[in-house]
Design a protein around this ligand. Sequence first.
Ligand SMILES: Nc1nc2c(c(=O)[nH]1)N[C@H]1C(S)=C(S)[C@@H](COP(=O)(O)O)O[C@H]1N2
Ligand SMILES: [Mo]
Length: 385
Amino acid sequence: MATSLISRRHLMHSGGGAMAGYSVLRLAGSSLAFQSDAEVIPWLDQPEENPVPEAIVNQIVWEELDSWITPNEEFFIIKHFNAPELNEADWQLQITGLVDNPLSLTLAHLRAREQEERTVTLECSGNSAFPFNKGLVSNAAWTGVSLASLLEEAGIQEHGREVVFWGADAGEQVWREATITEQFARSMSVSDAMAPENLIATEMNGEQLPHMHGFPARLIAPGWYGVANVKWLTKIEVRDSRYQGNFMARDYVTIREEAVGGESVWTFTSVGRGRLKSAPARVTRTGDRYSIMGAAWGAQVGGVDVRIDDGAWQPATLTEGDGSGFTWTFWTMDWDAPAAGEHTVTSRAIDADGAIQPAADDPYLTARTTYWENNGQITRQILIS
Ligand SMILES: Nc1nc2c(c(=O)[nH]1)N[C@H]1C(S)=C(S)[C@@H](COP(=O)(O)O)O[C@H]1N2
Ligand SMILES: [Mo]
């Protein structure tokens, strides 16, 4: 467990962030990488040009990572269809389907209810699958209403099995011979939906939810890949069977060759919970001292190792995190006297149970024919002059 790790190895301070209302554990004090006189040495392998600017609207720039909370303007954005401009006067969130007491909630209704805050890192399950998408992960403090409290008030009927989250955005999809207009929607089982950490969020980092992040309300499902966190939410519907829309059953499906009962078969699984992952963020130089910092996320992070070129793995120091398992943890490592020339920097995260982030060429990853859920180790290239 990360909490025991933190109390064992590190000092705890509260309110270390720029905003009030959430707590950041400053695990090991400030690192070289955050010193203002530090010079950032950009990676040689800069992201390639984004070929899908309609869908990937913003990515974080790793070299500029200097705050545990991602400012709203820097938070990555993924939109698959349109970005509906919903206005508060017309908008309602319906809780409908197999419930005893359907609810229609305005933004004012949501704001009048008990507010909860969660700091949650979102990662798109397509992050780091291609050289152009290295920056699809960010961390924010989200405020809103507990999803479980809304579902409890609505009263899920006995034959309710799945909870569907409907977005207001839609686009044309071709299914066999038919062209239809499909809403963005995702579902999860009733027991997953009832998890106490799930939030219907209306605020991001203390501001009203920005338009591109789903105004007026979105689902925040801590521990799930980004796609589960439905934006521009208008309806929450309880059904008696699994919802099989595009983002559950066709796209965002991992296809992999696996041995099942001793025989090789192709399996199809819907992108779901996040996976243990890390990335080197930047290398800085202060005088003649070099430091590497980065982030790790996707599980309770117990540690991070760093490897220079083909050298031995060396333990990094965890610097900032909150022990929840739902946020990224920052780490840093001093890089002693690197030789001039080109080098590679690779990181691997270790979770609280000792599981290690897989190598990029791990058979579990290479057996996929789809690119989703790539949590392989990330190697960056750098020139030390
Ligand atoms: N309604 C709706 N919700 C959505 C999406 C979308 O296109 N429409 N994109 C999903 C995907 S794939 C990701 S990775 C996250 C990204 O959230 P962000 O844009 O706030 O970073 O939103 C998810 N929620
Ligand atoms: Mo995504």
